[in-house]
Design a protein around this ligand. Structure first.
Ligand SMILES: [Zn+2]
Length: 163
C-alpha cells in the first residue's frame, strides 16, 4: 500500500485512507478518525508561516516563508519552509529529535533547539523525509523515490467538504 502526502510534505497517509478507487480525495466522513483529524488540520496549515522563520522574525509575518512541510502530531506540529526543513530533519535524526516521535513535546523541543541558535550544518542536504508518526512505517525502507513521486501535494484541500 502506498503512502502519500497531501497539501504539505511530511505527514503521510495510506493511499486507501484518503483516496477512493478513482483517485479522488474521499469525503471527510469516509475517513477514519485519525486521518480526518490530520486532514482537517492540514487544511488549516497550508499557507501558514514556517515556525523557524517565525522564531527568527517574530510577528513580522511578511518576512516568514510559507509552510512546505509538516511534522509531528496535529495541533503540536512543526511547520517548515523549504529553507528550514533541513534544520528540522537534522535535529530529528542527529540531535535526538526522534525520541519525540509521536509526542506532543516534539514541537517545543524543536523550537527550543532552534531558538538556541542551532542549525543543520551547511552541507546537510537531507531532504529524505522522516516519519514522525508513531503508527507510520519506519523511515527509509526503500522505495522512497517512488513515494516522493506519489506525493499528492497538489491536491486541492479546498475541494473537501468541511460542512
Ligand atoms: Zn522558514
Amino acid at each position: 500500500m502506498g503512502k502519500v502526502s497531501i497539501g504539505l510534505r511530511g505527514w503521510r497517509f495510506d493511499e486507501t485512507a484518503v483516496f477512493d478507487t478513482d483517485g479522488d480525495l474521499k469525503p471527510l466522513e469516509a475517513m477514519d478518525h485519525d486521518t480526518r483529524h490530520r486532514v482537517v488540520r492540514l487544511r488549516q496549515l497550508v499557507g501558514s508561516p514556517c515556525h523557524a522563520c517565525w522564531l527568527i522574525h517574530g510577528d513580522d509575518l511578511d518576512a516568514c516563508h510559507e509552510a512546505a512541510s509538516v511534522y509531528g502530531e496535529p495541533l503540536h506540529e512543526v511547520v517548515l519552509c523549504e529553507h528550514h526543513e533541513p534544520d528540522f530533519l537534522y535535529w530529528f535524526r542527529e540531535r535526538g529529535g526522534a525520541s519525540y516521535r509521536g509526542e506532543d513535546e516534539l514541537q517545543d523541543a524543536f523550537h527550543e533547539w532552534f531558538a538556541d541558535g542551532n542549525r543543520a550544518p551547511e552541507e546537510y542536504g537531507g531532504i529524505e523525509h522522516v516519519d514522525t508518526d508513531p503508527s507510520g512505517v519506519p523511515a527509509a525502507v526503500g522505495g522512497s523515490a517512488a513515494d516522493v513521486e506519489r506525493q499528492a501535494t497538489a491536491v486541492d484541500l479546498d475541494e473537501l467538504d468541511f460542512e
